[in-house]
Ligand binder design. Structure first.
Ligand SMILES: *Cc1c(COP(=O)(O)O)cnc(C)c1O
Length: 345
């Protein structure tokens, strides 16, 4: 009962199952903070969904993924000779290779490793450009080619770019008919499958799978203390005078939980409205809107969030919550760290 995520498990799982059923070849992405839910939770759901492969972000995430999941573990971050953990020797690991010299280096180090070659898309993050494909193939040696991978931007002409890579793949010497894709939306996936029926398309999906039904996810922060405040009273680390009478709420949830001074994007609408209402008021007094909702509205921080709690101002006209009550909080799930994740139901 501190800063927690309560998951309506039946509803969340119904969404996961719906995505899995309508996305053949799905490779769930299980990385980072596990989209707020934890990578162990996600790995176990991927097992329930019957997926044969999950994708992790980095080599540091490989050991726990191998322990939590019985199938294959693809590493999205490209293999590099200098990164710790890249020498993992497990036939369930699928490495991503995006530089010709890395193909040669891994082929020398672990000749029978399983790999995908990655193409450099308009993301310009990692990958081989088209002119390097022949050299990469020539350097493969005994490496086991599991497919070709492309990571597309979130905006733009993704279908056209995916199609042009599919075409390049067919005319290249890259001997695979499996294409791992990132960030194609369902109708783009459907069109690509229709136009390239000979390709096996494997979509790597995180956000729209795990966070695709936000209504199933409830963030609850416990009110730890409530103080009555008079205008001008000085509070907090910074001892700034409060701009008006009201209540000071000490709420569980601070920087260590991923609470920042900027309310997350999901709350932008509320933020904009709050700012208009408060023009010349609390914002002018240097306050920021907090992600905590009390009595139906987002409330203002008295000062920047502390490490594990936040100080939030409630106007005198609003009856304050009782100590021990929980309030809702808007979070950016990919940066949130909850004290507890509770799967209910
Ligand atoms: C993180 C990542 C994904 C998953 O992205 P979402 O937006 O969470 O679906 C897919 N592919 C690559 C290469 C990634 O790094």
């Amino acid at each position: 009962m501190t800063f927690e995520l309560v998951v309506d498990a039946p509803r969340w799982r119904a969404h996961l199952a719906q995505v899995a059923q309508t996305t053949p070849g799905l490779v769930p992405v299980v990385k980072g903070n596990g989209y707020g839910l934890g990578r162990d939770v996600l790995a176990s759901e991927a097992t329930t969904l019957g997926c044969d492969t999950i994708a992790v972000g980095t080599y540091d995430e490989v050991p726990s993924a191998l322990a939590d999941f019985a199938g294959d573990v693809m590493v999205l971050s490209p293999w590099r000779p200098f990164l710790p953990g890249t020498d993992v020797d497990d036939s369930r690991v699928i490495h991503t290779l995006g530089r010709v010299e890395d193909v040669a280096a891994l082929a020398a180090l672990r000749p029978d490793a399983r790999i995908v070659l990655e193409g450099e898309t308009s993301m310009s993050r990692h990958g081989l450009d088209r002119h390097q494909l022949a050299a990469a193939v020539a350097a493969l040696g005994g490496l086991r080619l599991e497919g070709f991978a492309i990571h597309l931007p979130m905006a733009g002409a993704n279908l056209a770019e995916a199609e042009s890579w599919a075409a390049a793949l067919e005319t290249s010497q890259v001997e695979t008919d499996r294409l791992f894709v990132s960030h194609l939306v369902p109708h783009e996936l459907a069109t690509l499958r229709e136009r390239r029926p000979q390709l096996q398309i494997r979509p790597r999906i995180g956000t729209s799978l795990w966070l695709g039904d936000l209504g199933a996810l409830d963030v609850r922060a416990t009110v730890l203390d409530v103080h009555h405040l008079s205008r001008g009273e000085r509070v907090g680390y910074r001892q700034r005078p409060v701009p008006r009478d009201g209540y000071l709420l000490i709420i569980a949830g601070g920087t260590s939980h991923g609470i920042g001074l900027e309310a997350p994007r999901a709350a932008a609408g509320v933020l904009a409205r709050g700012k208009t209402v408060a023009k010349g008021g609390l914002e002018a007094a240097g306050l920021s809107l907090s992600p905590f909702t009390v009595a139906g509205r987002q409330r203002w921080f008295i000062e920047p969030p502390h490490m594990q709690a936040s100080m939030v101002l409630l106007p005198a006209s609003v009856p304050p919550p009782a100590v021990g009550e929980q309030v809702k909080a808007a979070v950016r799930f990919t940066t949130a760290a909850f004290d507890r994740v509770v799967l209910e139901g």
